[in-house]
Design a protein around this ligand. Structure first.
Ligand SMILES: *[C@@H]1O[C@H](CO)[C@@H](O)[C@H](O)[C@H]1NC(C)=O
Ligand SMILES: *[C@@H]1O[C@H](CO)[C@@H](O)[C@H](O)[C@H]1NC(C)=O
Ligand SMILES: *[C@@H]1O[C@H](CO)[C@@H](O)[C@H](O)[C@H]1NC(C)=O
Ligand SMILES: *[C@@H]1O[C@H](CO)[C@@H](O)[C@H](O)[C@H]1NC(C)=O
Length: 337
């Protein structure tokens, strides 16, 4: 961070300089040492559109006699730029129809991650901060035997965000939900480094409310296989309604043979019904978000994480982990670092 023009070093004059710090120069990290000679020095913390200031007050800090930054409202608490979530620049619309789903526009699903396993299978992951993603436990264990430890799996996964051709920072840690594999098919991935957010890479917000009501429509995106079972190279999405839980449970209970993978259904899951257009999620979409837009604050929230993506157009219900039901675990795990 630059400390302002040298002319301000003239001692004894009550110069005031208002500097603006932005998230891109990591302004919001602790300010650099202050050189002697400043009579007064103000700094205005400001984040760019993809970060927001977490501090009380308006973000104006003053250098005190002890050469520490203080704000009238926040005291010596160092301001932090936090990721803005759930505000895509180019939200998905019902245009751009193509067969078997809609083609996502640039930056429509900036929380969508693409996870590539060691045997080159593509699955989904959902960015929920600048260093953490949600995906399914089953995705994590693809091509690994069930007694493999998460720490052995982490280095075998590659993650791609936005339209990046190079993987994002490596995966430092895989944390499985304690309910996996019996009831909750969920895992958290921690990246080795924070990713820089922008138009194409932005987290989705964790839900503050219960959005899981039959009929409520959400958006699901993914690179999964389409009707032809080929992996598309473009991100696609579908709009699907939350289904009646009881019908979904009955459906899967009746359909028990001839299917090699059954969904994990529990109190912490919900089902999503097929669209009238016979578009659906398919192999490789798991780990993606059931994203709902809350009209109250015009923000996108992750109501669910797609766990059972074997529906394609064959059967009726996709199964999702209900994020609100596992919110405490998500928040605790992320806070523990
Ligand atoms: C995965 O894909 C990469 C690049 O396309 C290729 O070099 C590699 O051999 C593939 N690995 C496997 C296990 O198929
Ligand atoms: C991983 O994939 C490779 C290539 O398809 C296969 O040979 C191997 O058996 C798989 N391992 C496991 C544990 O699934
Ligand atoms: C499969 O379903 C049938 C009837 O719905 C039931 O009689 C049978 O026990 C079930 N099999 C298993 C393995 O659950
Ligand atoms: C699931 O919910 C039902 C109905 O609320 C309850 O009776 C049951 O005990 C719950 N099961 C678990 C495993 O929490």
């Amino acid at each position: 961070m630059s400390m302002g023009p040298a002319v301000l070093l003239i001692a004894g004059l009550a110069w005031t300089v208002l500097e603006t710090a932005t998230a891109t120069d990591w302004s919001c990290a602790k300010p650099a040492e202050i050189e002697h000679g400043y009579v007064e020095h103000l700094i205005k913390y400001r984040c760019d559109p993809y970060y927001q200031l977490r501090s009380s007050g308006d973000g104006t800090y003053k250098c005190d006699e002890d050469h520490e930054w203080v704000s009238p409202e926040a005291g010596k608490e160092v301001p932090v730029c936090e990721p803005v979530c759930g505000k895509p620049k180019n939200p998905p619309r019902q245009m751009q129809r193509i067969i078997g789903g809609l083609l996502a526009g640039k930056g429509s699903f900036p929380w969508q991650g693409r996870l590539v396993t060691r045997h080159n299978l593509t699955v989904g992951a959902t960015l929920i901060g600048d260093q953490w993603l949600l995906t399914t436990g089953r995705n994590v264990y693809l091509n690994h035997s069930e007694n493999t430890k998460p720490e052995e799996i982490a280095p075998t996964l590659q993650l791609f965000l936005g339209s990046q051709k190079e993987p994002a920072s490596g995966i430092e840690r895989v944390v499985l939900h304690p309910g996996y594999p019996e009831t909750v098919d969920l895992a958290l991935l921690k990246l080795k480094q924070k990713v820089l957010l922008g138009e194409e890479v932005m987290p989705i917000c964790l839900p503050q409310k219960d959005y899981v009501r039959p009929g409520r429509v959400g958006y699901v995106s993914g690179w999964g296989r389409g009707a032809t079972f080929a992996f598309p190279d473009m991100l696609k999405y579908v709009m699907l309604p939350v289904a009646e839980g009881e019908r979904c449970r009955e459906y899967y209970e009746a359909r028990n043979e001839s299917y090699w993978v059954q969904p994990i259904l529990s109190n912490d899951t919900f089902c999503v019904g097929m669209s009238e257009l016979r578009e659906d999620t398919c192999y490789g979409d798991a780990g993606g978000a059931f994203a709902v837009q809350d009209p109250d604050d015009n923000t996108w929230y992750v109501a669910g994480i797609l766990s059972y993506d074997k529906t394609c157009t064959v059967s009726k219900y996709g199964v999702y982990v209900d994020v609100q039901r596992v919110l405490a675990w998500v928040k605790e795990t992320v806070a523990a670092g």
